[in-house]
Design a protein around this ligand. Sequence first.
Ligand SMILES: *Cc1c(COP(=O)(O)O)cnc(C)c1O
Length: 236
Amino acid sequence: MNSVDLSENFRTVMRRVQEAEIGAGRAPGSVELVAVGKLHSSESIRALAGLGQTAFAENFVQEAIQKQEALSDLDVEWHFIGSIQSNKTRLITNHFSWVHSVERSKIARRLSLQRPEHLAPLNVCLQVNLQHERSKSGITASEILPLLEQTAELPNITVRGLMIVPKPAANPQDQRPVFAQLRKLLENANDRGYSLDSLSMGMTDDLEAAIAEGATHVRIGTALFGPRIKKAELQW
Ligand SMILES: *Cc1c(COP(=O)(O)O)cnc(C)c1O
């Protein structure tokens, strides 16, 4: 994609986010746009960073690290949003500021234990699955408080909130109930004494519904970068 498209896409997404914030009576700038660069080249990420975007997310560890090396001169913040194997925790905790996709206490313990001392604590969201999709990652609603209890005291991670990837819906507004449910689960946890401040929800098709229900981080790929390229064709 050429840079003209990218800057137009960026403006369009920023406008969508801002209109959704205003529509929901929320302060402009209260939602952080996280640009999802998976299966897009490091040059596309560099171009978007050049337009002022600072938070970037990746799903695959090897792909992410190759791009980070190519982009090491940039001052950007990296978020990991993919599924996590325990043999990858060291790379993840060394190379990212945020991890949105934690669903096991064993993984959380390793991320904390392996976090380099010179880095601030790793920001973590617990990934939740409220629609009982077997193919999808995430803990159920009843597993949230137990996992919070197991992870809240870990010294080198800070559990910031909850993340969800809902089942696709024909009408994006149909996602509102599941986003509302995630917000209520976060409020419920805070009523029990936690101080979670992050709801990572909303993607290209449903960011308005997510912002209306309290999203603090929207994770946007396609609307910014266009269709993803096939892995075999990707030159980092
Ligand atoms: C790919 C991906 C996104 C971005 O999806 P788009 O629909 O392209 O905006 C967001 N979150 C997660 C977890 C993803 O894997």
